[in-house]
Design a protein around this ligand. Sequence first.
Ligand SMILES: Nc1ncnc2c1ncn2[C@@H]1O[C@H](COP(=O)(O)OP(=O)(O)OP(=O)(O)O)[C@@H](O)[C@H]1O
Length: 298
Amino acid sequence: MNRIAEVNGLTKSYGKNTAVAGIDFSLEPNKIYGLLGRNGAGKTTVMNMITSRIFPSSGDVRIFGEDPFENRSVLSQICFIKESQKYPDTFNIADLFDICSSAFPNWDQEYADTLIKDFNLPLNRKMKKLSRGMLSAAGIIIGLASRAPLTIFDEPYLGLDAVARNIFYDRLIEDYSSHPRTIILSTHLIDEVSKILEHVLVIDQGKLIMNQEADAIRGKAFTIVGPAAKAAAFTHGREILKHEAIGGFVSVTVMGSLSLEEKQEAAQAGLELAPVSLQQLIIHLTTASAETKEENAR
Ligand SMILES: Nc1ncnc2c1ncn2[C@@H]1O[C@H](COP(=O)(O)OP(=O)(O)OP(=O)(O)O)[C@@H](O)[C@H]1O
């Protein structure tokens, strides 16, 4: 299969701080990826390196099989929408989309016009007079209407309300179905996007700690609530992500899945089982590794 991106040993250091530490992954055609992780984990640094905005300290990046650096044919196939994208003050939205139509080979102006109506954007207003949410909407429209084979959204919705965010998710899914391409979504709103994602990459403290199909992650962990002794017996030997005691009861989040027999066994022991969402799982995994790092530093 042709890879959209191939990243090997990707590393970026700023002085003594290693922002990205030897990451390997590949991106397949026509898939929606979530690039997730806590603040400062290294997500933007990775996106900046694969789009050739910054140089890696070491490691290798291939996009569409080529080195992306100063490679016009590769870069014209990438659309990178950043949270704090700056636009020339003198531009209005119509000017901006004019530029996009010549910058992106697959640009669809008719589709952009529909999206402009969906997001209620004033075409003639200068960029500097747009609200924070309107600027985000403009970025989202560019990302969608560019139909770039590699489209990256880095926290694209600063200032966007819940209604507008839902419009974004709906349009993204609709347009992706009719025009498949590779999309990376980097966001902290994991619960909101979890249904959209097909593959999840989690970065923690510069390292890739998860690289899996979203379906395989669903059901990867569960929480068990019940009497402490029964819960301890049931979870014995399992990898515990979180343990909370409430009187004689405990809530324990554990990695792994359960067979039907194990579920019945839990019910008979008076234990309640609850699934763990992608967001909860990532919080548990990244918090656990931060705590281990702190303990090791002591
Ligand atoms: N130009 C820079 N100079 C020095 N350090 C930097 C620079 N850019 C990023 N870093 C550091 O690299 C690390 C990773 O930052 P990065 O912006 O990639 O994180 P992130 O996962 O995108 O975070 P957030 O979710 O908060 O946007 C952080 O410790 C950050 O301080």
